[in-house]
Design a protein around this ligand. Sequence first.
Ligand SMILES: [Zn+2]
Ligand SMILES: [Zn+2]
Length: 381
Amino acid sequence: MPTMAAKRDYYEVLGVKKDSSTDEIKKAYKKLALANHPDRNPGDQAAIDRFKEAAEAFEVLSESDKRARYDRFGHEGVKGAGHAGGGFQDVGDIFEMFGDLFEGFGFGGSRRRGGGPRPTQGDHLKASLTIDLRDAAKGCSREIEIKRRELCETCNGSGAKPGSTAAKCDYCNGHGQVVQSQGFFRVQTTCPACRGEGKIVRDKCADCSGSGRKVEKVRLEARIPPGVDTGMSLCLRGEGEPGLNGGPRGDLYVEINVKEHNLFERDGQDLICHVPITYSQAALGADIEVPTLLDGKKNQHIDAGTHSGEVFRIRGGGMPDPRGGRAGDLLVEVYIEVPRKMSDEQRELLLKLAELEQANVSQHRESFFDKVKDWFTGENS
Ligand SMILES: [Zn+2]
Ligand SMILES: [Zn+2]
């Protein structure tokens, strides 16, 4: 059983002055923690010890209360306070306390390693897939290719050169666990030297450089349910990376991106289609043909006196609900198209219409012109 060495001065551990600011202390700790991070120094016991020592020093010096007690009474003053009493037993505790400091460095800040060679689920993976709107509405199946780590076949995932075996870890005597005394208690934690594996690879497998894993390309089929939208993720259970110590594989999350369509705009599960109508259709009413995404063309009646921007709803003509609920609607938004070119006959008819409009002003326009007149004469500002 390893014994604890006498504690070093916390300021010395972090390499800061007695009157350093909290910011300076934080900076110094971060630098040390990153350099000695277990993910960067796998199996390096000295680094793990420095990592723990720095965390303990930081825990005390970053809190003014504890720091003041430490300044007055030394290590005795902070004995039993939080983790600092017995020192950090498990690097997992450090991630839990100070994990946010490691964010953005690509380390598993909150990942906990503990409890011996216990089964751990493999990492989750992400992939993305772009489909068009029609396929999103119908649902579809796509083949995707991803890269993921698989167990190395040469060493069967052990990391040891074929013919050699991994040596028993001296630190924990192959148990993967160490027991340390903490006051009256005896606490069992993951062996920091072998990270709970119970063994240490000395003769590394050449195919995987001792990691036991190899990156491989895998083709998978993704079945996309009808109605998906951009930003939704599909979970392919068990298609992530292999687990450790017999743990389950991670999952693969496929993020869906739905391409924009030139006729249909999406609003949640509804689809919007902008349909041009003529002035006479708007004024007289008409039956027009509108496109749908999946059912070809549909007839839609336009009432006499329809305005530009009016919306007709075709129930169920939108996107299906991927969760099995009611489908969205197709919203037909009409707009009156004003011709840029016209025949002589059209022109004559419009001139005639214009004459009639001068003679017979609609109520709506009349009230508008009244308001304009009032505005200019200042009667109603
Ligand atoms: Zn290998
Ligand atoms: Zn060990």
